[in-house]
Design a protein around this ligand. Sequence first.
Ligand code: SF4
Length: 346
Amino acid sequence: MDWYPRHRRDLPWRNTRDPYAIWLSEVILQQTRVKQGLPYYLDFITSYPTVQDLAAAPQDEVLRHWQGLGYYSRARNMHHTAQQVAGEYNGQFPGSYTELLKLRGVGQYTAAAIASFAYDEKVAVLDGNVFRVLARVFGVTQDIAAPASRRTFQQLADTLIPADQPAEFNQAIMEFGAIQCTPAKPDCLFCPLQTECYAFQHGMVQELPIKSKAKAARTRYFHYLVLRHNDTLYMRKRGPKDIWEGLYDFALQETDSAELPAAFIVDTVEGLGGNVATNQVEEPTTAMRHILSHQKVEARFHHIWLSEPLTPEAAVAAGLVAYSAHEIERLPKPIIISNFVSNIRF
Ligand code: SF4
């Protein structure tokens, strides 16, 4: 608490008590670090100054603003929550931790952050930074990835948080973890907690917190058929139950390896009712890689020029729509698709 006022970063969401702005910042900061998240926050709060504005926006537009942050289900949940607040709660965020938990996509962390920052409710936040600081300072050796450990850490944090300054305390411990007691190189030499820090005193700074390893990510091989006709590209909106729901990509074939038989492309296009012009199937691009939390995507793009457009029936059956460059720019896309499209010459 003494350290915080002298070291805190001046961030826009710290100068407000508006639960909407605080919620927005927390949803974004769960995805990324402060530096990368700041432009997204400013973009969202400018584009949608109130929860009603966000609720009324088309989902595609919201996903487009979110583009690059990844984990798009968060953006969809965020949009849904905005609609819930605007509709069921008359545009007012619920006024307590317990009530906030009833909102979709609002978990314990976000509810605690909003309740303490906006309403000064005495409820301790637990995020990765807080887990790390507590594990090191108090020498907690429980696995922070195990759900059962949460109660231990929550009880500990609850004993520390002062009733008269809960918001300041939560901000302080999170900021302390973010800039002083960092994961790889904590600044122990100039740390005010050095003499009482269990990890420092016992030479365990690099060992704490204990976190079990996540399962190895599996690799998925995506072969994109980039069907082109005149100045348009055929794209489709991705469906549920897989990554990138609601974002746009191309006709896709997923395989177990990097290889895709050449005949397959021609067969697929003919099956779609398109005519592949002679010599107009290019070699695939070199693989572009994208790492998600539990999987790696290795994508190759096969440019295919169609001499005729797809028949309307075939396009509908495959969920494909021809878009111009201008239209594509406005569609929400996975970053790997966005990067690919930005290098295309129309
Ligand atoms: S002494 Fe090091 S490990 Fe302990 S709280 Fe300070 S920065 Fe963190």
